[in-house]
Ligand binder design. Structure first.
Ligand SMILES: Nc1nc2c(ncn2[C@@H]2O[C@H](COP(=O)(O)OP(=O)(O)OP(=O)(O)O)[C@@H](O)[C@H]2O)c(=O)[nH]1
Ligand SMILES: [Mg+2]
Length: 460
């Protein structure tokens, strides 16, 4: 096994709940667990694998009972980390969990780093890097569709595709390298045309994966959406309508919202991360000024903008100013308060900006919200048609590596066509193989692993 020490961590969130779990993994897990565990019937941990025992965690120095627990023991290698794993199911309070952890640390365990259990699962060869990264995507998944994509990946769907491509790349590479290394000995390699066909075939497969990237990224990370408009037009009311709950404060006084309020909704499984922002106008106080700055910052970062105007009033100069700030943004014009008599001439606004769509709604009555949601979905994927459901590529790191592979394969194709000698053809092909290796973790350095696993929580 790869590691000498045994790690421990609280694996459930700290707070009050029925049950909380402290996990132990490593060579010494059984030993450490038995130092602190007492069963009323004198049973020991480790006699049988994959069983649960009832008893107490005690402090061996004082004999004090710390908590009443159920302990699961799983012997390597059929465990999450491929090491011996002991899980203490304690009562879910901050104090019992900390006390149990602390007695384990006093008896030979070391506190785990963030993501260290999953890192061990990777380094001990149970899962590859893409699968390990999918664990965090499962934990953080925003909609059912995001969860499905992450589950796919944790079960190795992406890795399988990458391995298939890798196999062909390595086969061609091996033939070319052999021709370089044994150039005097007249080694038999496939004719160049055939090698070219193989490269073309894997290049097409890489392109298919890259084509799904946009859907995958959106599924995993969501679409950053900002509701913007001058004060009192009903921005917060719109967020409440989209959430179907009274999340934001709504009043008839302009300048109600100050902070940016973030919520996530799902439109056909696409996570939409929405910001409600302060109304943009010349601010009347310092707090309002900061609110307006936050609103502008949110607008800058937005991928989709819901520009709300009050259709029961004439166009104001602030509306026009905001319209001009939408430069290069995907924006939907939302004409709110459609339940009141109409005064606004929407043409004036449509002349200022080329909106993806204009929708009429009444945020307070909930009218037009479905149509708006549909327009949002369509704006994200133009026409809504190319939203791939079973996407494999969701992670920006994987995408970067796959682009390296694509470029390497294209260069290889070119070098083959131009009849370059083998020693030149192998250079880009090695890059292509390296890109694939980076995804599944065959070519990785410590720094990269640190970066990936530090995004996990402790205890996973
Ligand atoms: N009649 C009608 N009133 C609405 C509608 N939407 C919002 N309002 C009212 O407009 C007022 C302002 O609504 P808010 O949602 O607070 O507006 P806001 O744009 O968030 O305002 P600020 O946070 O101040 O920028 C409230 O009195 C709402 O009840 C609507 O569709 N119809
Ligand atoms: Mg508001």
């Amino acid at each position: 096994m790869y590691f000498q020490d045994t790690i421990a961590a609280i694996s459930t969130p700290l707070g009050s709940s029925g049950i909380g779990m402290v996990r132990l993994s490593g060579n010494d897990a059984i030993n450490i667990a038995n130092k602190v565990f007492v069963s009323p019937k004198g049973k020991k941990i480790g006699d049988d694998s994959h069983v649960v025992r009832y008893g107490y965690v005690v402090n061996p120095n004082t004999g004090n009972k710390i908590d009443e627990v159920l302990v699961s023991f799983m012997r390597a290698p059929l465990t999450y980390t491929r090491e011996d794993v002991v899980e203490f199911n304690c009562h879910g309070g901050i104090i019992p969990l900390r006390e149990v952890l602390s007695v384990l640390l006093m008896n030979g365990a070391r506190l785990a780093e963030p993501g260290e259990f999953t890192r061990r699962a990777f380094l001990n060869g149970r899962i590859d890097l893409a699968q390990a990264e999918a664990v965090i995507d499962i934990i953080n998944s925003r909609t059912e569709a995001s969860l499905k994509a992450a589950m796919h990946q944790v079960q190795g769907a992406l890795s399988e595709k990458i391995n298939e491509i890798m196999e062909v790349v390595l086969d061609v590479l091996a033939q070319l390298e052999a021709a370089v290394d044994f150039s005097d000995e007249d080694v038999e390699i496939l004719p160049r045309v055939e090698l070219g066909l193989k490269i073309n075939d894997v290049l097409q497969r890489v392109l298919v994966l890259l084509n799904e990237w946009e859907s995958g990224r959106v599924l995993r990370d969501g679409v950053r959406t900002t509701i913007i408009g001058r004060p009192n037009v009903g921005k917060s009311s719109l967020l409440n309508a989209l959430l179907r709950e009274k999340r934001c404060i709504v009043t008839s006084a302009p300048g109600t919202t100050r902070d940016v309020i973030e919520e996530t909704i799902s439109i056909n499984g696409i996570p939409i991360i929405i910001h409600d922002t302060a109304g943009i106008r010349h601010p009347e106080s310092e707090a309002e000024q900061m609110g307006v700055e936050f609103a502008r910052k949110s607008l800058l970062e937005a991928e989709l903008v819901l520009f709300v105007v009050d259709s029961s009033e004439h166009l104001g100069k602030e509306d026009v100013e905001i319209g001009k700030e939408l430069k290069n943004k995907k924006a939907i014009l939302v004409l709110n308060k459609s339940d009141l008599p109409k005064k606004l001439n929407k043409k004036e606004l449509e002349d200022i900006y080329d909106f993806k769509k204009t929708t009429k709604i009444s945020a307070t009555k909930g009218e037009g919200i479905k149509e708006l949601e549909e327009a949002m979905g369509n704006a994200v994927f133009s026409g809504g048609a190319n939203f791939a459901e079973n996407v494999l590529l969701t992670n920006v790191r994987h995408k970067k590596s796959l682009v390296k592979t694509r470029d390497g394969l294209r260069e290889t194709q070119k070098a083959l066509k131009e009849n370059e000698s083998e020693e030149f053809v192998v250079v880009p092909l090695r890059d292509a193989a390296e890109g694939l290796g980076e995804i599944i973790g065959k070519v990785t350095d410590e720094d990269l692993l640190d970066r990936i696993f530090s995004r996990f929580c402790i205890g996973k």
